[in-house]
Ligand binder design. Structure first.
Ligand code: NIG
Ligand code: FE
Length: 431
């Protein structure tokens, strides 16, 4: 099957083959072609370039006026016209679909009661310490069947697709018992099998200490290492392993124990670090070759130095800062230090009940003072890297999968985060 997108006002996010992430000053640019076409064959981008208007001896097969297409199409296309689909971008942008490298979208019910507590002045830590927070979601999940959990989660999957997300990482971590963690991971696997989204599963058994283990944190870590991880690995349910390495949750030593065990099964970490305190999570993540360290609302020079020359993507979650009213990660400082930065939504019921990557891109600009180009790169190629898919997604590159957003006609790249509530998505193509 061949598709030709023509009449593209701006083709944005072009990268050469082999670029898996952008760092430092490389993040300042988004390469674009104005008035472009793009060819997709069997879900893969096989060609793109500037479109030329009809001209008798032009060797360019792609034209602006759709009515004239059959007359000037290349001989190769003429051979099988019935298999070729023409998509008129009507002067809009064509860009890579967003990659959301950090979410918790499989959960049961919601936590709107805690929203009231939060407004009344309780902090995230205070709500958690009262047995609310993650444990509240674990209780709800325990009482929800696997089918119902899938149904509720699919509503959020469809919601994020409608907002332009083409790839998503989904964590477990609201089970906190062997059975319930497996239940969550099976739901994530079913989402993987039943949606056009690219999905990566992340096992977050160490999200909080399960209720039955209250006061016995070390034994809970044993449970994660000796019972949960072997079963998760045996069933092939996780692409990654995660730990909430932060004040009041899991220590650096406990994190190391879990990552050590995960390494025996060949499961690479992506971890939560430095949301509530400078936790040492970044350093332990880098030590165990984490693909990403996420949150980073609290960081010092030491974290920047630990990440330098590592393969670990610093990932910031501005939706969480927005919702909890906590500081934003120092994305600009990281980029000025020559590092890459990815942005993700952290969609979850407690600290970021939104998976809108366009809003994330806007917060990147408005609150973290990234340029629209830096924020665009953080939400596409770098977030693709942070979930291990940047070899096939995250940019307009020959040979990559065609996961694309076609927008309405918009004036500029900056318009995407600037007018972030204006509906602009005309079509999402997922391959
Ligand atoms: O990334 N920080 C830990 N986990 C989530 C919040 C989970 C919850 O509160 O339900 C986060 O913010
Ligand atoms: Fe999270």
């Amino acid at each position: 099957m061949k598709s030709i997108i023509y009449n593209i006002g701006t083709l944005a996010g072009i990268l050469p083959e082999g670029v898996l992430k952008l760092e430092g000053a490389q993040m300042n640019e988004v390469k674009c072609i104005e008035n472009a076409y793009l060819v997709i064959e069997d879900g893969i981008i096989t060609d793109f370039g500037p479109e030329k208007t009809k001209c008798a001896d032009s060797d360019a097969p792609y034209i602006v006026n759709p009515n004239e297409i059959p007359a000037v199409i290349s001989s190769e296309v003429e051979k099988s016209p019935e298999e070729t689909e023409y998509i008129d971008a009507k002067g809009g942008f064509v860009m890579p679909a967003f990659c959301d490298s950090h979410t918790h979208i499989v959960y049961a019910g919601c936590r709107d009661g805690e929203f009231r507590d939060k407004i009344a002045g309780l902090s995230y830590e205070e709500i958690a310490a009262r047995g609310g927070g993650i444990l509240n979601s674990a209780d709800l999940l325990h009482d929800t069947s696997e089918e119902e959990l899938y149904r509720q989660s699919m509503e959020r999957v469809n919601e994020i697709m409608a907002m332009g997300t083409g790839a998503v990482e989904i964590k477990s971590g609201y089970g906190l018992t062997v059975e319930d963690e497996l239940k969550m991971l099976r739901v994530i696997r079913k989402i993987k099998e039943t949606t056009p989204l690219t999905v990566k599963a992340n096992f977050l058994g160490a999200h909080a200490v399960g209720r039955a283990y209250r006061g016995r944190q070390s034994e809970y870590v044993d449970l994660v290492c000796n019972e949960m991880l072997p079963k998760v690995a045996e069933e092939g349910l996780a692409d990654y392993v995660d730990v909430f390495c932060d004040a009041g949750f899991f220590t650096v030593e406990e994190t190391a124990r879990i990552l050590e065990k995960a390494a025996e099964y060949g499961i690479r970490p992506k971890i939560h670090a430095n949301e509530l305190e400078v936790s040492g999570g970044v350093q332990v993540g880098v030590k165990y070759n984490a693909l990403s360290v996420d949150h980073l609302e609290k960081t010092t020079e030491a974290e920047i130095e630990a990440l330098r020359d590592s393969g670990t993507m610093p990932t910031m979650l501005p939706g969480c800062s927005f919702f909890l009213g906590i500081p934003y990660g120092n994305a600009k400082g990281y980029i000025e230090a020559g590092l890459p930065v990815a942005l993700a939504s952290d969609y979850n019921p407690g600290s970021s009940p939104s998976g809108n990557m366009r809003f994330v891109m806007a917060l990147g600009c408005i609150r973290m003072r990234l340029t629209p180009e830096q924020s665009f790169n953080a939400c596409t190629i770098n977030s693709a890297y942070a979930m291990g898919v940047s070899d096939t997604l995250g940019s307009i590159t020959i040979g990559k999968k065609a996961n694309l957003i076609i927008t309405k006609k918009i004036p500029s790249l900056a318009f995407i985060p600037y007018s972030h509530q204006t509906p602009i998505i005309e079509k999402l193509i997922l391959s």
